[in-house]
Design a protein around this ligand. Structure first.
Ligand SMILES: CC(=O)N[C@H]1[C@@H](OP(=O)(O)OP(=O)(O)OC[C@H]2O[C@@H](n3ccc(=O)[nH]c3=O)[C@H](O)[C@@H]2O)O[C@H](CO)[C@@H](O)[C@@H]1O[C@H](C)C(=O)N[C@@H](C)C(=O)N[C@H](CCC(=O)O)C(=O)O
Ligand SMILES: Nc1ncnc2c1ncn2[C@@H]1O[C@H](COP(=O)(O)OP(=O)(O)OP(=O)(O)O)[C@@H](O)[C@H]1O
Length: 525
């Protein structure tokens, strides 16, 4: 796949086949132009992007932020589209192609119903799990998948990192696919015989109608902490963007973590059955998670249900107490969905064996410093992952922290990220991440200022190094580290590119870290 093209949606192998006339009747208005024999035109797929059109598709031309999709209707026709579905603003350009055009006033808000009709999503027997929250969504859906697989359940997954179908892995574009792509994915899971699927649900996807018409059985809430304020302005607005997931039109029931203040707010107001979970024994909740051991290979925990004192002890092969909490939340969601306690306990009796791509992922081998690559890009994620790595760093070992910040994203979090870095590590290396259209030196300068201010206040003499580009920064971090030290690199996670001035350049933080270790004489994992 090209780095600049959208990831192609996952489609069912047996394409749907529905008459254009029915699409027009159900969803079009009087301005629609269906041509002379719409009963004979069959729709076999649907897409929002001209670059991913296949023969027989209806092309959805939406009003975008930058442009109108109808500008690409001719490209869609050339690629095999048989009709265009658009809003009134797109009608003229769409009709100019000579293709039949179905017009709908509130197009984005009706795409869920349209996709559910085309893919028969309502008839899918799959148990659907959705997870939202600022941090932990990707980790959660991979943990849900791991537990279900260990319980013998055939499973699908949709995360920021990957989509999983029938044992096959597909590249993700958006965290939560566009509406029509999500319904298409559910159709593919259904066709492959999946019994359950776990879907990561971003706040952006809720408000942009991407999960419309998707009947979640149980949804989970991890936390709400400072991020995305470029999109939402303040935390109250950000919370409002998450809230609709916990309404009957989207979900039948929910498990909500009380570990951030927004949890109690959502749990107290959600008009669906809700259970709560906390890692604080002093907080009243339906479930409690207690961490019992942390090692470099993972974390052990006990999950206990308040009502009957039922408990299960297990471990998860990912480091940090947050991963124990994520595993507890996942088990509580599965229990609420109807999986029996016996089945769940048996599934996790030998631990939860999960690989979460680029989340506190260890890339170092048996010798040299322990090196972890992570996707964290917020203050809370920094604190949690730094503490997780600290807990598995041998006594006397230093924790070296390498990080950058996203360009063109919430700038207000930069000083907070730097302060967290100073507070929770022993030495920091500031570098670049995705500068996007910003000047990378200016982003580093903001991070440096935040770090120097915090260090001057609380840790005089604290060592701060600035190195650009990140390929050089990770080598610098490795050169500074000794046996027994740990290096945590937050930012690149699972990704295989960097966005520099709007151009995606091939690049993998995990591979750069492995190369840096190899060059230093430490065979990596
Ligand atoms: C702000 C936002 O949500 N933007 C989304 C939106 O883009 P847009 O409105 O700017 O689209 P546009 O470029 O004006 O184009 C208009 C229409 O023309 C179509 N088009 C465009 C070009 C072309 O060659 N052919 C074509 O058909 C586009 O598909 C689109 O439908 O519609 C596009 C097509 O579906 C999305 O790819 C794009 O997501 C962008 C990539 C994005 O970054 N979204 C972020 C905010 C997002 O949703 N993030 C969350 C996760 C956040 C997190 O947890 O960190 C997510 O769920 O991924
Ligand atoms: N429950 C949690 N609470 C706080 N931090 C967490 C939690 N689970 C994972 N993290 C950390 O948060 C960061 C992001 O993790 P993850 O990718 O699972 O979350 P996410 O919600 O999918 O984020 P994104 O939307 O950015 O992909 C990582 O640093 C990870 O180690």
């Amino acid at each position: 796949m090209s780095l600049t093209q959208p990831a192609p949606p996952v489609r069912p192998r047996r394409s749907p086949s529905k008459p254009l006339a029915e699409l027009g009747r159900r969803f079009g208005d009087e301005r629609s132009v269906l041509g002379s024999s719409p009963e004979d035109v069959l729709i076999h797929g649907i897409t929002l992007n001209s670059a991913t059109v296949e023969k027989g598709d209806v092309f959805v031309a939406l009003t975008g932020r930058k442009q109108h999709g109808a500008a690409f209707a001719a490209d869609a026709k050339a690629a095999g589209a048989v009709a265009v579905l658009t809003d009134p603003a797109g009608l003229e350009q769409a009709a100019a192609t000579g293709l039949p055009v179905v017009v709908h006033d509130e197009l984005r808000a009706s795409l869920g119903a349209i996709a559910a009709w085309l893919f028969d999503t309502d008839a899918s027997p799959i148990k659907l799990f959705g997870v939202t929250g600022t941090n932990g969504k990707t980790s959660m859906v991979h943990i849900l998948e791991a537990i279900l697989t260990q319980a013998g359940v055939t499973t699908g997954l949709s995360s920021t990192a990957e989509r999983h179908v029938d044992g096959e892995k597909f590249t993700s574009g958006l965290t939560t696919p566009e509406t029509v792509d999500l319904h298409s994915l559910i159709a593919r899971w259904t066709e492959g015989g999946a019994e359950a699927a776990a879907v990561e649900v971003s706040a952006q996807s809720i408000e942009r109608h991407r999960i419309d018409g998707v009947p979640f059985d149980v949804v989970g809430f991890t936390n709400l902490t400072h991020d995305h304020l470029d999109d939402y302005g303040d935390m109250a607005t950000y919370l409002e963007a998450k809230r609709p997931l916990f309404r009957p039109e989207h979900a039948k029931a929910a498990v909500i973590s009380l570990d951030s203040p927004a949890g109690a707010e959502i749990a107290g107001t959600a008009p669906i059955p809700v259970q709560t979970i906390s890692s604080d024994p002093a907080v009243a909740a339906d479930w409690h998670v207690e961490v019992t051991n942390e090692t470099i290979d993972g974390v052990s925990f006990t999950l206990r249900r308040t009502v009957d004192d039922w408990s299960v002890s297990s471990s998860v092969s990912a480091i940090g107490s947050v991963m124990a909490h994520n595993a507890g939340l996942a088990l509580a969601m599965l229990s609420l969905a109807g999986y029996s306690e016996e089945r769940l306990a048996e599934a996790v009796a030998d631990g939860i064996d999960v690989y979460i791509p680029g989340r506190t992922e260890r890339v170092s081998g048996e010798t040299g410093p322990a090196v972890f690559v992570d996707f964290g890009h917020s203050e809370d994620a920094f604190v949690r992952t730094l503490d997780a790595v600290r807990a598995v760093t041998p006594a006397g070992g230093r924790l070296i922290f390498l990080f950058g910040a996203d360009g063109d994203r919430d700038k207000t979090k930069r000083p907070l990220m730097s302060a967290a870095a100073v507070d929770h590590s022993d030495l920091i290396v500031i570098t670049d991440h995705h500068p996007r259209m910003e000047d990378p030196a200016a982003i580093r300068a903001a991070l440096l200022e935040g770090a120097r201010t915090r260090a001057a206040e609380t840790k005089p003499g604290f060592e701060i190094v600035e190195v650009s580009p990140p390929e050089a920064a990770i080598r610098k971090a490795v050169s500074l580290a000794r046996e027994g030290d740990s290096i945590l690199w937050c930012g690149p996670g699972h990704q295989s590119y960097r966005d520099i001035a709007g151009v995606r350049t091939a690049y993998s933080g995990r591979e750069e870290a492995r190369a840096a270790l190899r060059e230093a004489g430490y065979p990596p994992r």
